[in-house]
Write a protein that binds this ligand. Structure first.
Ligand code: NAP
Length: 299
């Protein structure tokens, strides 16, 4: 990648950011697409730094930026316009800078659908799904599952009030999908075991010694189990799912697809029919993971 006077910046912002795979994935995609862009990680330690970055993104020639923990919710308020899917998800992970305005999107949910289709040949239409967690990633997953016409959804969270809030936000857009809320305790056993697809949208599993967020006895043969975590590549949940005869899938495919969809949004505004090269991005992310090794996961 040659940086010159015409190179335009993109970014990933969050805190911490040192372990982020986004810069290598994005820069590999830009090189493959012949885009004179460069992605840099911006560690944003606090609200003041966040507001300074937002001001820079409005005034300087940024193409766009990705947002990771802990700022996905804050960007809902800081963008000038927010896409309906991001509102429903309750989180913005992708911002497109257009003539000094910030347009917020959420590509996590569609990235998850892309990974389910590409990596596991799974179509959620009519299927039963259980999601563990009720934060931003769960919101994006719920929104995507509505789009994909899933049959039923069980939201399982420690704090059931948070899961109820998520449902209130999108309750009038369910399009026939039935939804139930459950506490993350033994009472969720049956609803998780009966699901065709189980999704972990909590950070439990990111630590090398972390247990699975659910007991292995809740899993069964024939299920697909998606852990949104991708580092470590095999969490306790993925391991226990495979041992139970289910299929365990980690979150790397979702990570790659959400980043590729961001590139599609940014580049699609300049060129039509962009399809960022997922394989190139995945190879770059995998190579970077080999170098970074195990450790805290950040996009
Ligand atoms: P978030 O908004 O902070 O939500 C975290 C959720 O996890 C909450 O529902 C929280 O429950 C639950 N939780 C946290 N600690 C827990 C524990 N010890 N036991 C049980 N539940 C716990 O986070 P997020 O943005 O949704 O991210 C969730 C995970 O998804 C992270 O690991 C993130 O890296 C991953 N992710 C991956 C991708 C990808 O592309 N692969 C994309 C997005 C997110 P309470 O409500 O009860 O506190």
């Amino acid at each position: 990648m040659e940086i010159n006077g015409r190179t335009r910046p993109t970014a990933v912002i969050g805190w911490p950011i040192a372990q982020s795979l986004s810069p290598v994935m994005h820069n590999a995609a830009y090189a493959a697409l012949g885009l004179n862009w460069a992605c840099l990680p911006f560690g944003v330690p606090d609200q003041q730094a966040l507001l300074a970055f937002i001001e820079a993104a409005r005034r300087l020639p940024f193409v766009g930026f990705n947002v990771t923990m802990p700022y996905k919710q804050a960007l809902l308020e800081l963008c000038d316009e927010v896409a309906t899917l991001a509102h429903m998800a309750g989180a913005v992970n992708t911002v497109h800078c257009v003539d000094g305005k910030l347009m917020g999107y959420n590509t996590d949910g569609r990235g998850m659908l892309e990974s389910l289709a590409e990596d596991a040949d799974f179509d959620p239409a009519g299927k039963s799904v259980a999601i563990i967690g009720a934060g931003g990633a769960a919101g994006a997953a719920v929104t995507a599952l509505i789009l994909a016409k899933a049959g039923s959804l069980a939201l399982v969270n420690r704090d059931t009030a948070r899961a109820e809030q998520l449902m209130e936000r999108i309750g009038d857009r369910l399009h026939g999908m039935s939804v139930s809320v459950h506490s993350l305790d033994d009472s969720a056993d049956e609803v998780v075991r009966s699901a065709d697809l189980v999704i972990n949208a909590t950070p439990v599993g990111m630590g090398a010694e972390d247990p699975s967020p659910i007991p292995a006895s809740w899993l069964r043969e024939g299920q697909l189990v998606l852990d949104m975590i991708y580092r470590p590549t095999e969490t306790a949940l993925v391991r226990e799912a495979n041992a139970a005869g289910a299929r365990g899938l980690n979150g790397l495919g979702m990570l790659v697809a959400q980043g590729a969809l961001a590139v599609d949004i940014w580049a699609g505004a300049e060129r039509s029919q962009i399809h960022a090269p997922r394989e190139v991005m995945r190879a770059a992310a995998e190579a970077a993971m080999d170098v970074l090794g195990a450790g805290g996961e950040t996009r």
